[in-house]
Design a protein around this ligand. Structure first.
Ligand SMILES: C=C(O[C@@H]1C=C(C(=O)O)C=C[C@H]1O)C(=O)O
Length: 130
């Protein structure tokens, strides 16, 4: 799919160069995020198989709340909106729980049953941070 950027033809050349340079870093970070997420899901799939093999519940709301609390703290220190960090983690956790239920051979569960991932529908598009 060839998509071309839309920039005004008369845009300042130096500004465009700077924009391209900054975008290179954004591209690198986005690639790193994808690789980090892929690694996280590899590990959570292992957790899902372990839970299924030992009859453990797909979701662990206490663990979720601990993680959310921890990541909200880290986000604050890093000047990232803690509410956004929580929303992002909840979105990922909801997907993980969905995988765990599938691995265990169960029906898709109501994600709202999990405390931390409350109200986050697995496989739904993430909402933009407000
Ligand atoms: C990965 C786990 O399963 C679920 C997903 C979690 C996550 O993605 O961080 C945390 C708790 C569980 O609801 C786990 O129990 O560790």
């Amino acid at each position: 799919m060839a998509v071309h950027e839309e920039l005004p033809a008369d845009a300042d050349a130096a500004a465009i160069l700077q924009l391209h340079s900054i975008r290179e870093s954004i591209d690198n970070i986005d690639a790193a995020l994808i690789h980090l997420l892929a690694e996280r899901f590899k590990f959570t799939q292992s957790v899902g198989r372990l839970k299924a093999a030992h009859g453990l519940p797909a979701a662990d709301p206490a663990r979720e709340l601990m993680q959310i609390d921890r990541l909200r703290g880290l986000a604050g220190e890093a000047h990232l909106d803690p509410a956004f960090a929580e929303k992002f983690l909840n979105f990922i956790i909801a997907e993980v729980i969905h995988h765990h239920v599938k691995i265990a051979g169960g029906e898709p569960m109501d994600a709202t049953r999990s405390a931390g991932a409350a109200g986050v529908a697995p496989n739904a598009a993430p909402r933009a941070a407000s």
